[in-house]
Design a protein around this ligand. Sequence first.
Ligand SMILES: [Zn+2]
Length: 281
Amino acid sequence: MRTKLMAVVVGAVLGVSGAAFAQGTPTTPAAPKAAPAGKAAAAATAGKTEVTWWGHAAFVVKTPGGAVIAIDPWLTNPKAPQGATWPEAVDAILVSHGHFDHVGESKALAQKTNAKVFGSFELVSLLALPEAQSMGGNVGGTFQVKDATIHFVEAVHSSSYQADPKAPAQYAGAPMGFVIEIANGPTLYHSGDTGAFQSMALIAEQFKPTVALLPVGGHFTMDPAQAAVAAKLLKVKTVVPMHFGTFPALAGTPDALTAALKKGRGTAKVVVLEPGKATAL
Ligand SMILES: [Zn+2]
């Protein structure tokens, strides 16, 4: 245990110094690899940041520098796009908290792609992946994945993990959100599951996110009215609604968010993503 903890601590320190190094150094694009046949479509979007919603809170982000980052990959959720192909290569999997609708298929995806899994120390430990893939941290941590700098930030929610539905729930550390700063791209904020909270203003001050992926379904998270308040605190230009419509209980809608923003004189634009369709942000 002690050895494992030390490895995690050393890994976290290296992650921070790696981020500092990258931020203080002019960004050099990775040497282009020979494009395999059939990758012409991917080449056409080079230089952009592409975000694909996979329904619920699941997203895939592709950066200009070639990082592929999956967030809360519940690939089998009821709103997941039918027939869409999940990326074969994934660098990082971010898991906001331990509930099944966010952990989803993280472990299988990590085993298939060899991606590193980022999340709370407790949750990542429970996933029992090889140490080289286990990037457990906590709020305040910063990690570098190619041209993406990932910050762990606060979320107001709960977190427990069940390895299978019959097993008792285990403590899974703090729930979290993620800020992803992309070199030559947007700064994305995926809030995880959360209510609106005053420290979103601190996230705005520290990281200046431009795009916020926010839940609007209500019941377990913010509803549209609270998401409109959150968008103001975050000072973002764009809000991408998520975590709605998956189950009847998640009744908030993007239209209600648009109306709430208008009523509160919020300036953020609501961009509703179509599941499975890559969108440049
Ligand atoms: Zn959830």
